[in-house]
Write a protein that binds this ligand. Structure first.
Ligand SMILES: Nc1ncnc2c1ncn2[C@@H]1O[C@H](COP(=O)(O)OP(=O)(O)OP(=O)(O)O)[C@@H](O)[C@H]1O
Ligand SMILES: [Mg+2]
Length: 243
């Protein structure tokens, strides 16, 4: 049994079909990439999986259980956590406070939440910033805080929505081993990202979506050589720079 089985998920917003009969399977322990042009439906897919809103139709089975249409807190309890494309920490609260917000998905006890949060911050190398207010963090630090908040919920499946967007190349390079390290602790990851270097480096398998529809899936090398993917998303420049 796969950890996540998304079958023919469709999400319509009045006339617009943002996700169109999209299917994917994710095995426990994998890092799976989802790529596609702006507006292709990637974030909407994450929203359906994480319960921000129900899919219009289709099934989302996590760990053998149907989760489509369940509330975000229920889905989080099952073990799915997502990060947000636009990072929104409580700006005037500390790094520790923001991380504890995630930990409260696991415990109602303050000390336990603090313990979980500190462990996660240590893991991500952010513990020395724990008392700093979030708004004074740099962008790479804010991205790591977003990871910390997500990890503090102790997910089995982590949905990463552009956690590297806006980072400089050197900062992206620093982020890659962090994501690998998270995966090595047993967290399965689905990653949406426009930075192809990151997607190629991390993903075992890639799904490509365009206008809400899956246009390709497979191992990274096969997918980036796919003509439809090049036409819809990567562009000829990508092919040229690969040689
Ligand atoms: N809550 C919403 N209400 C109405 N339309 C929406 C909503 N969320 C997304 N859409 C529309 O659905 C389509 C898919 O958007 P989505 O944000 O999922 O794309 P995306 O693949 O994440 O794009 P990007 O790479 O720019 O983040 C877009 O046309 C978008 O305008
Ligand atoms: Mg998006």
């Amino acid at each position: 049994m796969s950890l996540l089985e998304v079958t023919k998920v469709t999400k319509k917003f009045s006339g617009l079909v943002a996700v169109n009969e999209f299917s994917m399977t994710v095995e426990a322990g994998q890092i799976v990439g989802v790529i596609g042009p702006n507006g292709a439906g990637k974030t909407t897919l994450f929203n359906c999986i994480a319960g921000a809103f129900p899919p219009t139709s289709g099934s989302i089975i996590f760990n053998g259980q149907e989760v489509a249409g369940k509330k975000p807190y229920e889905i989080c309890q099952f073990g799915i956590t997502r990060t947000f494309q636009v990072v929104k920490p409580f700006a005037s609260k500390s790094v520790l406070y923001n991380t504890m917000v995630g930990a409260f998905a696991q415990t109602q006890h303050l000390h336990e939440a603090e313990h979980i949060a500190i462990e996660v911050l240590q893991f991500l190398g952010l513990d020395h910033k724990k008392d700093i207010v979030s708004k004074s963090l740099t962008l790479p630090e804010r991205k790591r805080l977003e990871l910390a908040r997500a990890l503090a919920t102790k997910p089995k499946l982590l949905l990463l929505d552009e956690v590297m967007a806006g980072l400089r190349p050197v900062e992206v390079t620093e982020m890659l081993p962090i994501i690998r390290k998270i995966n090595e602790t047993g967290v399965t990851i689905v990653i949406v990202e426009h930075i192809m270097q990151a997607i190629m480096n991390l993903s075992e398998k890639i799904y490509v979506v365009n206008f809400g529809k899956k246009i390709a899936e497979g191992d990274p090398d096969t997918v980036v050589a796919d003509e439809e993917v090049i036409k819809a998303y990567l562009g000829d420049e990508y092919v040229v720079t690969q040689h």
